[in-house]
Design a protein around this ligand. Sequence first.
Ligand code: ACM
Ligand code: ZN
Length: 776
Amino acid sequence: MQHTFAMLTITIVLTALGSCKPQAPTLEDLPLVPMPKEVEMGKGAFTLDAQTTIASSPNNPEVEGVATYLSSILTPSTGFGLKRAENQEESNVISLSIDTTITGNEGAYHLAVSKGKIEISAPDAIGLFYGVQTLRQLLPPEIEARSLQENVVWSAPAVVINDEPRFQYRGLHLDVGRHFFPLSFIKKYIDLLAVHKMNKFHWHLTEDQGWRLEIKKYPRLQEIASQRDETLIGHGGVKPFKYDGKPYGGYYTQEEAREIVKYAADRFITVIPEIELPGHALAALAAYPEMGCTGGPYQVGQRWGVFEDIYCAGQDKTFGFLENILLEVMDIFPGEYIHIGGDEAPKARWEECPRCQARMKKEGLKDEHELQSYFIKRIEQFLNQHGRKIIGWDEILEGGLAPEATVMSWRGIDGGIAAAKMGHDVIMTPNSHAYLDHYQNDPKVEPLAIGGFLTLEKVYHYNPVPDSFSKEEAAHILGFQGNVWTEYMKTSDYVEYMTYPRACAVAEVGWSTEVNKDFDNFLVRMEKHYKQLDQLDVNYFYAIPKPIASEEQIGFTESATITLKAPLPNCQIRYTTDGSDPNASSELYSQPIEVTQTMQIKAVTVKENGDYSAPAIIEAERLSYMEPLTGARPGTKGLAFGYYPGFFNSVTELIGQTPSEEGTVTNRFIPDIADAKAFGLSLSGLLEATKDGLYRFYLTSDDGSILYLNDKVIIDNDGLHTKNTETGTVALKRGFYPITILFSEGGGGYNLELKLDQPGGATIEMTPENFHLNTK
Ligand code: ACM
Ligand code: ZN
């Protein structure tokens, strides 16, 4: 593919950030999510009115389809007729045209808004469709209302946009097995994919807890497998399990599934159905127990997790059953990919099953992983013969990857890296960055979720292509997908709450170039985009970002200046200095705050509607100068150590003990003799302050540490913990100061580092050579 736009890429300047005053429109005033490849602001605006027409060419069904889609968005809220123009040249026209001279990745388009005309051109209808999505975001958010909106000026700012997606696969997944959602919600979910220029809907249709697709040849999948007797209450990891006693179920008829396929196709979205095998099959086994190793009886899953009962790999009738199902699935879903699952299939039943063991022997398979590989390859071959390709979760690498398979990397990225290096296509969905079922905020204040922690920012910063990849390897990364597993999402409202706004970040990762990605800028655009989501009635999660402080821990001798920046436009910062929690009527921040006394500043961002964020907390401490040692006698460079083999919960347990060894360290803090699994260490010497001023230490350790100066605790990083950094600031006069660092290692890998900011700004990575022995 040619990237003709690359040469023209412009830089986005973050002028509006941090300001609360209205300004002339700039790039980030455009509520465009995902960020287009190139945007150039013009002057003026196009204003839609009752005389505006829509022109389209050529006159073919696909282009007509996009024109009709555009009117269906614009008409209900504006009430304008939007008649079809006779030709492209008219003024007051929105023109859609195919222009095959535009090149780029599939979905590329050109959009030019000027006073008299809006032009969208693209090499194909897909590009026109994405141009329409961009136009829709340029108009006032009320355009999304489905009823007539009076007194809105329907203007779009003048702009020229050249755009194309970064990745060909931009997906969102939905698990309807754990909980079932109505067709109307599936359509809304797809509509939102379209708004965000995503093009793959991964529909996870079968699970242990429910089979959700009608299969005509196997009616018990509807009668039995789609229903469960009751559902776990609370978290699946917490025993004893309690159940709600309420039957739960549902499935989509083939007619409904076809309706979804068509609805998605009209929005240039491919539906990828997932039929899980050989695991996550308990519901199907409850309906057809002869497809399992033990023959059952089985019960449709009522709690979450992984179940040992999976399809029997030793009998041909299991494959016949699955192939018949897949024939119906292929008939409903015309897309090239069928997702066959492949994840979380315990091998316990296969190990015990004579048929599975016989299969392994006959086929020369050395273990059950190879049997799973046999299973997947056999299904792949069947689907390939019918012109389809499989996608499987990264477990399908175990025991040998099926020859044509595309891998969905979910247990981190290693599976994806391995598959790409083997020349397979990969879709990145690592649970570290793509699992939208994880908490997005403090679990204490959120509804029950599966666990984990994944912020909007973390999703946003994801790059699906590992840094180490060659161009050839990178070409195998088809794209990115967010996954929405619904064990803990009983309602469609809660699905939206977990999915948005993180899916907006998923969309931008999939569409926008790395150079155009900027989280601060994204947040500014999101503030406007939320208004579109409001109009679309999306129940998104929302947290107002906190003010950004120049420093959150400030030590000073006379006075300090604390600067706060607003994280959003059109907002205020309000703060307190007495330790109380600020609110929308606390003191307004209008200029940097001068402090002369020790105090805690708490600041919130307040939006126009009075909503405000959680507080940012700034600790400002007035320090008095410490006195240097009088008559100090600095020796050679280095630190004296004491070594204490043994286990210490706290480094303070070292105080008063006799070390087993003593000596001097020069290049490393930890002496070579420290070879016990657990030990304590003391380091002492003299620190030279070469001038009067503020010195800030950063003490990093795994496990605990404390830093003393003049026998005073400056940093407490004590306790058994993984690598952690704490800081401390002191005011020192020129001279020498006794310093002691206590350290403990509890077993399992250690680390001790010290950094120092000196007056005037230089930061040094300290080693024992930065100190002197104390010979006094
Ligand atoms: C998965 O999350 N089990 C693919
Ligand atoms: Zn078996």
